[in-house]
Design a protein. Sequence first.
Lengths: 203, 203, 203, 203
Amino acid sequence: MKDTGRVEAFSDGVFAIAITLLVLDLKVPTQPPLLAGLLAQWPVYAAYLISFLFILIMWVNHHWMFQHIVRVDSTFMLFNGLLLLGITVVPFPTNVVAQYILTPEQNVAAAVYNGWFFVIGVFFNLLWQYASRGGRLLSKSDHEAGLAQIITARYRWGGPGYFAAFVLSFIWAPASLALNFLLAIFFALPREMSYPWRRAAKS
Amino acid sequence: MKDTGRVEAFSDGVFAIAITLLVLDLKVPTQPPLLAGLLAQWPVYAAYLISFLFILIMWVNHHWMFQHIVRVDSTFMLFNGLLLLGITVVPFPTNVVAQYILTPEQNVAAAVYNGWFFVIGVFFNLLWQYASRGGRLLSKSDHEAGLAQIITARYRWGGPGYFAAFVLSFIWAPASLALNFLLAIFFALPREMSYPWRRAAKS
Amino acid sequence: MKDTGRVEAFSDGVFAIAITLLVLDLKVPTQPPLLAGLLAQWPVYAAYLISFLFILIMWVNHHWMFQHIVRVDSTFMLFNGLLLLGITVVPFPTNVVAQYILTPEQNVAAAVYNGWFFVIGVFFNLLWQYASRGGRLLSKSDHEAGLAQIITARYRWGGPGYFAAFVLSFIWAPASLALNFLLAIFFALPREMSYPWRRAAKS
Amino acid sequence: MKDTGRVEAFSDGVFAIAITLLVLDLKVPTQPPLLAGLLAQWPVYAAYLISFLFILIMWVNHHWMFQHIVRVDSTFMLFNGLLLLGITVVPFPTNVVAQYILTPEQNVAAAVYNGWFFVIGVFFNLLWQYASRGGRLLSKSDHEAGLAQIITARYRWGGPGYFAAFVLSFIWAPASLALNFLLAIFFALPREMSYPWRRAAKS
């Protein structure tokens, strides 16, 4: 039943493409002056940066997760598919927020953006829960080491964090994006210190 | 003659890109109000969802198929190329149905969409038939276990199912899309129960 | 110095993306009636089909080539890069021919299309010549078996074939595209029979 | 802690997609005469060529770098992510320079283009510095052989080179692009001669 290799390869492909397609949201200004036109697009760049960071971090976490998963089954592949669905859509809300963040509709735009990230966070947790519950798809040693609980604890903050950003969207849109950015930074922080058990993980 | 690795890698790449390019069909509304504009696009989202699910399931099945194939030849690679041709085109009929499903031309749009899925199903069966006929490209143990017949039996429903959706397009377009969606769900169902022989398959 | 794996992986990625990006040339008709609009685009579909087949076959040949190459060096990677440059550009002349083949400018469009394929053929032969000349990057057994000459003989027809299509473009554009299509079919034909030595190749 | 495989695979995917997406900047002329329209776009082709070469060379160097790296950690993955961020954005400044190089705004356009390449060069050096400082992520034998210093010396020219191109943009835009092109050629030159130690590197 073990065959994580191709699932990882396919997922890597989807992550890599989604993160690269974000660039299609960057449009060259059609009217001079060029410099002013480029600078006026700063919300587009900010949205690009946050989305890039978000997908990158989701990939890094997906990567860590698979270091502990030693087999896959069909249900797992469906949950993984849900996560990939979430990731592939990211360029769309990114574009929404980039185009509307400086308009009176900024609250709706930020809510769409943060709300979608929350949905992806839920998908990610579903995937991890399915894989780790009772050590279902983990290696025996990882399961016995209580690894699942430690990782679960860490991921726990994703859901409420993005939900808070979603709620904040309706009150103060720029702050909700800043919170979203901070969440990405938090999840991006090196975890060498917090993952002492990793040395014992499957190579 | 054995060299399935790179064929799988190339196919994975094509599946991953096609499934991610679907997002380019999602356009940001250009006129306020934003929320109304986003909600009015629901057919686009529905088409996105069905196409995403369809490509994902085709990938999962392609993946299972390769678990039993132990060598490739040039003819197989051509049939595989035909299947990939079908998959890469999917964003186009998806866009057609998304733009026309709420217009008087919905029957033509649904027929194009369901008809293309039918064609892909035919390509998929051609590929599997070529690989499994007489155990041509299977491992000896899989062949002797009668595996080919079991899988063939399962895939048998794809052709008639999508053909029925195609015919239904001309009568009642929304129902034909619903049938298409149900077919995807059916093929997505975990097959742990129906695939007891998988434990004996090549690892 | 041996490290063909990542070069193959990168090349596979480029081939897979280029072949999938072709779909972006397929545009949904904006005015009813839909069916007539779709049918009127047949040159777009024809160009799509030829280009898809061409890239697929280039990939298959690239794949066979790497079955005999056991090491890479920087010069080889540059030649490989040239080939990839040729492949990534394909969606552009495809679009040119699709939009202009039914206009009075069909000769220029066909010449651009066939001419570019000729250039790619030259790049492909440069790559193969560099790798095989004196058995430079081949395994010793392949070299001694005279494999290089056999393959070189086969590829020999690519250059003159596409050049003929290029010249024909100025005289009779539709025929030049038909010739291009026939060349793709020729190179796509299974070579089980003509490659008896393959069984002895590196696995 | 060793797991360079998937980082390489993901990076390869991003490089491959970014290099292929460049083709979307090539637009088919909408008005006859076709030939004149195609020729008038020469700045687009020139920008395409330089950017393609640049990404290709960054990939080749990334590839060499990983031949000496035997483990990754989270910090390294973040620096690698920064580099990938730089690479994925390349189609955007390419488009800027293509559209504005023949206008009075050519200096701003060239500065954006060369400036972005300079930023990528900085990211690349950060990544290499982090990996090689004290032999952190290198194999012991590579570290002891003083490999890091040799490579560092070679990469040293990237930063000042692209910075010079950036400064030159404001004085003489076409020359700055020519310098950029020459830098790519310089880094593309085969390094068989200058890398005698490579034979001893990890296979």
